[in-house]
Design a protein around this ligand. Sequence first.
Ligand code: SF4
Ligand code: SF4
Length: 64
Amino acid sequence: MSLTIEVIKEKCVGCGRCVRVCKTGTLKMDRASGLVYNTKEHCDNCWDCIYACPTKALDIMEAE
Ligand code: SF4
Ligand code: SF4
C-alpha cells in the first residue's frame, strides 16, 4: 500500500506553505482557485506538508 496526501479543500486557505516544503512536486498550487492539489507525483511520505499546514487541511490517504 502506498500513501499520499489528501487536500481537504474546505480547510485550505492557500498559504502555500505545504508547496514550499514538498520536495517531490506532489503538491502544487492551482492558480485559478488559489488552493493546493495533489499532482499524483510520488509522495515520499515525509509528512513535512502536514506539519507545515496551519489549518490542518492535509491528511494521509492511500494512493490510487
Ligand atoms: S508528505 Fe512530503 S513528499 Fe508527500 S506531499 Fe507532503 S511534503 Fe510532499
Ligand atoms: S499549508 Fe495548508 S492551508 Fe496552506 S496551502 Fe497548504 S493545504 Fe492550504
